[in-house]
Ligand binder design. Sequence first.
Ligand SMILES: [Zn+2]
Length: 392
Amino acid sequence: MRLRPITDSMPKPMVPVCGRPFLEHLLEQLRGEGITEVVLLTGYLGDVIESHFGDGSSFGMRISYSRGPEDWDTGRRLWKARPLLKEQFFLLYGDNYATFLATRVEKMFLHHGRLGCLSLHAREKNANIRFSADGLVDAYDRSRTASGLNAVEIGYMLLSRRIFEFYRQPDCSFSEILERLALEGQLAGYLVGDVYYSVSDPERLKITEQYLAPKKILLIDRDGTINEKAPRGEYITRWEDFRFIPSAVAGMKQLAGLGWSFIVISNQAGVGRGVMTAEQVWEIDRQMVAALAGEGITILYSYYCLHHWTEVCSCRKPCPGLLLQASRDFLLPLPQTWYIGDDPRDCTAAWAAGCRAAYLGPAGELKLLSKEQYPALVLQELPDMIPMIVSP
Ligand SMILES: [Zn+2]
């Protein structure tokens, strides 16, 4: 209703986003996560979906359909689709989009050994989930009034077929099922750090379109990556001491020529330690941005954590706070975005944010991190990045 008149002729998942149906973006995301078998639970104008996607072969997937009348709830649709579902399956809604790392949700699902693992977004207001410190969902409240609610459920959930034991009749609302599962301690949760996007009203559709639009933006560390690092425990406190790394500037210049711009993300604990002021950090930033602009290189914004490492903050790398902030501010889909840095902690921060990591430096230093957990592209110098992103 909220998307009329677009939805007069097509169901909501088919609304055009960046020139193609929203559902295509979702399926592409699933394929990227290695998921190629999909059951589409269709209702309102379901034939529009079927005639577009067919059996999925032209999208590199195997798509089947479970059809129902438009007034059916997800719970009933799921019940009807039972014969087509495997022992475990992901359930997504057709109208929202979030960072999805299937193996991480699966890992959490297996770790807790419950019947479901929900993808969650932490929030205080208008929440419907109470997510506890032990990683379990201890309440699902569709009236959103219970005390201590601290998250919303955003789809992208992994479920076991055994959830069907929680149905009392086929015509059961899906919220009721989630409510029962939570009550029985059968739901784990996976917190997605990034915000989620939706096509459910015109305003959100517009933002989602900006989010999904292809962008040429790289996240990059500062000290040791763009400029020479100060000796250990010391800080660059004056522009006079700032020395660009020539290969870094050369690489950034080439990338700028190909249409790429940059966002700087850097720890500057010297401020928290009282060695320098925030003004000094921003003054150096201003000079750096101006000098790079002289080379045709655009720095869209710089994010600095100014905290002491003894302070508890979520922005000091290896925490992912600043990467998540950049994603929110610039509508960057992190799984397709690179963060380039010279410190293994940069890779950890990238991993925690769900972003791609490029590590500049001797591969040996990455040994501290496990390769499976923190996959990183190892580069000798910044220009090596170019072939990776020009024809990935
Ligand atoms: Zn911080």
